[in-house]
Design a binder for this molecule. Structure first.
Ligand code: ADP
Ligand code: MG
Length: 225
């Protein structure tokens, strides 16, 4: 269960601080799929960064299960990021000199998983996102959608409890976006991880069991309704 209690994040700009998040409270049960939508600048990325432990709130509490993220120490945050969390961004950030397979395996090796364990994990995850046939390709040999599905596989291979995606189809044409959306929906339906996706895709938002609409740093209408 993810629980946010009156989470506020301020950015100072000139005289008046901006309330990027303004006393946001919400709960997302384990295994749930939530879509986050709202106009540019309403606080969607700030919310995701705070959920991912990349940023901390100025006030309020955020609990990921029994981990108090708002006051977690560095060691606990590092553990959370390496073992419990998968992140997907608009730009795929793949390493150009590594194959699809190597890109997916790298975070597992970096956290110390033995190759005996990582190999089957990588193979299984590439199968899930439909990239088995592309496993020896380099990023420049892939379409945008295949690059993003590689990034999804990389985020999932460590078996995270929580998968966060910030506009994962924002840089894709409609055909590639459709394959990425299909992949994310498959992950959601198999309840592989709790999924929180910031999106402009009407389709994703409509199909998500939870739709979090944001405006000016707040959830609107108040959530849960
Ligand atoms: P969204 O992802 O919905 O477009 P953001 O969460 O990126 O919105 O931003 C929310 C608000 O906080 C915006 O007004 C933005 O300008 C401001 N903001 C975000 N990051 C920073 C930052 N690092 N410094 C100053 N202001 C920021
Ligand atoms: Mg954003």
């Amino acid at each position: 269960m993810i629980r946010l209690q009156k989470v506020t994040r301020l950015y100072s700009r000139g005289e008046a601080p901006i309330r990027a998040l303004d006393e946001v409270s919400l709960e997302i049960p384990h295994g749930e799929f939530a879509a986050v939508t709202g106009p540019s600048g309403c606080g969607k990325s700030t919310l995701l960064n705070i959920l991912g432990g990349l940023d901390r709130p100025d006030s309020g509490e955020i609990w990921i299960g029994d981990l108090p993220l708002h006051r977690a120490r560095d060691a606990a945050l590092t553990r959370y990021r390496r073992h419990d969390l998968g992140l997907i961004f608009q730009f795929f950030n793949l390493l150009p000199a590594m194959t699809v397979e190597e890109n997916v395996e790298l975070p597992l090796l970096l956290r110390g998983d033995p190759p005996k364990k990582t190999r089957p994990r990588v193979a299984e995850t590439l199968e899930l996102v439909g990239l088995t046939a592309r496993r020896h390709h380099f990023p420049h040999q892939l379409s945008g959608g295949e690059m993003q599905r590689t990034a999804i596989a990389r985020a999932l291979a460590g078996r995270p409890k929580l998968l966060l995606a910030d506009e994962p189809t924002g840089n894709l044409d409609s055909g590639n976006a459709a394959r990425v959306i299909e992949t994310l929906l498959k992950i959601a339906s198999q309840k592989i991880a709790t999924l929180v996706i910031v999106t402009h895709s009407e389709e994703l938002a409509r199909l998500a069991p939870r739709h979090i609409r944001m405006l000016d740093g707040k959830i609107t209408p108040p959530y849960p309704q």
